[in-house]
Design a binder for this molecule. Sequence first.
Ligand code: UDP
Length: 239
Amino acid sequence: MILAEENMIYEGKAKKVYQTENPNEVIIYYKDDATAFNSLKKGTIVNKGILNKEITTIIYEYLNTNGVQTHLLENLSDRAQRCKKVDIVPLEVIIRNILAGSTAKLLGIEEGLELNQAIFEICYKKDELADPMINDYHAMALGLATREDLDNIYAQAKKINELLQEFFLKAGIILVDFKIEFGKDQNGNIILADEISPDCCRLWDKDTKKKLDKDRFRRDLGDIEDAYQEVLRRIKGMV
Ligand code: UDP
């Protein structure tokens, strides 16, 4: 499939977005580019775009079957999806089941602590500030989301977490934490957008605790493509 550069409306770190003849739809193209630490670390993970598109598709179809609305409409090629056009809510929603990464550091606690309940965090999508963590009051005061929007987002995030924990566990994978993004569609509904892949989740093998996610890139652990392949292999055919 050829996507004309003049139709590209946005290029992000991992994806490109193209307009289509239908003003309510876009085409999302998954790249192999990888970044970490707010783009301080840059690289390429061979076939990452193909793997992440396929993994996101499987997960979004599973979520959709279980009552979660997503922006995904149809797969067009190995790297491209037709999606509903949404206005992205400028918040990154992070859900944690096991303490790791930035919050483990923030709290001075070793990675791996099983939490009594999930932690929900929101970050303001602002690259120049490395997406600072904020709370609901910041989000409302800055006009990023209303109380109603936030309640809706947290309720969906909770449901997505429950569904995905169960889903990954069946594949022998622990869902440690993950980041999701929401957007408003043309009817004003807040729906799941962006992607859910090893780029934005921490996924550990249930038995060995081997990392099957972007931490292999962040922390130079090697075998990155194999880890993403492994995730796809295990979840394929589960839905
Ligand atoms: N995450 C992400 N994009 C970001 C920040 C975090 O996808 O810009 C994901 C990350 O992969 C992990 C979770 O959100 O699964 C929590 O990340 P954390 O806040 O611990 O930050 P990190 O340690 O990744 O810098």
